[in-house]
Design a protein around this ligand. Structure first.
Ligand code: NAD
Length: 246
């Protein structure tokens, strides 16, 4: 039986999508969860859920991360979930989009891990989970230049932290989802033109014939956060409905 009883977790980007589903699944598994997001209004509903507290956090703000971490030194599980997609190949990716992608998809995770790791070390262990993507070092995906590069760097960060701290009972893993039906995906579909046609093109690249759900990804996060995964570290775990099999 996998559970998170007695564990304290911090989840970023928890107002919507994968982050929200993760916060809910963690609480259901018995963890005490601090759900954070830049969108304070959309976090509000979560604070009514048993086991969940909420706090505002823009993960691009290093000082805010440091202050949150110093107020929550008893954190056992950190889920770095915030991320952004910039649509474009190499020639369509201005430096500003590259920098914004790395700031949110990579630098924020580096700062979160750096801020929360000392507390985990002092407590004798912890589990760090970063939400990467199959569009990373796993596979190249068209028009995901800055996204794929920054999500690949995130996997490198996870492996590095894993290598440095595995003897201290710290585990660090990346989750690499395929296409997941979240609010940001729906916005990206709407932005690209005819909704049904674009949505079908996203579904067509999933061999199972459907998109993933945030709840399915959240279950993998529950496993990685739990003691059931005590021998798992440094991995980029793919959850993609078979996208990368074919
Ligand atoms: P989502 O749009 O459903 O939710 C994103 C959340 O991030 C929102 O609540 C938003 O307010 C928050 N956010 C945005 N900027 C922030 C910031 N600076 N600080 C704190 N919070 C911020 O997103 P999602 O689709 O569930 O994606 C979550 C993660 O999963 C991202 O890292 C994304 O790259 C990754 N991912 C998503 C998919 C997918 O298909 N949806 C696939 C692979 C990986």
């Amino acid at each position: 039986m996998i559970d998170l009883k007695g564990k304290r977790a911090v989840v970023t980007a928890a107002a919507d999508g994968i982050g929200r589903a993760t916060a809910m699944a963690f609480a259901e598994a018995g963890a005490r969860v601090l759900a954070t997001d830049i969108a304070v209004d959309r976090l509000a509903g979560l604070s009514a859920v048993e086991g969940i507290d909420t706090a505002p956090l823009d993960v691009r703000d290093g000082e805010a991360i440091a202050s949150l971490a110093s107020a929550h030194t008893e954190t056992d599980i950190l889920v770095s979930c915030a991320g952004m997609v910039f649509h474009g190949g190499l020639l369509d990716t201005p430096a500003e989009a590259w920098d914004a992608s790395f700031a949110l998809n990579t630098r924020a995770a580096y700062q979160l891990m750096q801020a929360f790791l000392p507390g985990m070390l002092a407590r004798g262990g912890g589990s760090i989970i970063a939400i990467s993507s199959v569009a990373s070092s796993v596979i190249g995906v068209p028009n995901r230049c800055a996204y794929g590069a920054s999500k690949a760097a995130l996997i490198g960060l996870v492996k590095s932290v894993s290598a440095d701290y595995m003897t201290k009972n710290i585990r660090a893993n990346a989750i690499c989802p395929g296409t997941v039906d979240s609010p940001s995906l729906q916005q990206r579909i709407s932005a690209q033109g005819d909704y049904d046609t674009v949505r079908k093109s996203f579904i067509d690249r999933q061999p199972m014939g459907r998109l993933g759900t945030p709840e399915e990804v959240a279950q993998l996060a529950v496993y990685l956060g739990s003691d059931a995964a005590s021998f798992v570290t440094g991995q980029a775990m793919v959850i993609d409905g078979g996208w990368t099999v074919m």
